[in-house]
Design a protein. Sequence first.
Length: 112
Amino acid sequence: MKIVDVKSVPSAPNPHGVDARKIYDKEYAQVIVLTLKPGERLRKHITPVDVFFYVIEGKGIVEIGDEKEEVHADMLVESPANIPHCWYNESNEILKILVVKMPRPKEATRLL
C-alpha cells in the first residue's frame, strides 16, 4: 500500500505561479492538487488529454471553451482534451481542486 500525505508533497514550479502538488503520476493518469489563494487564477491553457476537476474546498469560476460557471466544493467538472480552459478564485477563501488527467499527457500544456 502506498499512502501520500498531500501536505508533504512539494509544490512544483508551473507557468501559473500557483500551489500545484503532483500526488500521482502513472502512464494511465496524473493527479494534481491545486490550491488557489484569493485573487489567484490559472492562465488560459489547452491540455492535450481529457481532464476532470473535483472541487475539494471553496468556490471558484471555471471557464471551459465558451462556457463559464461558478462551482463550489463537492462539484465535478469535465474538461475535454484540446479545449481552452482556466480557473479563477474571486472569493476571499482558499479554492482547492483535485485535477485528474487521463492518460498522463505526453505533450506539454499550451498557454494561450
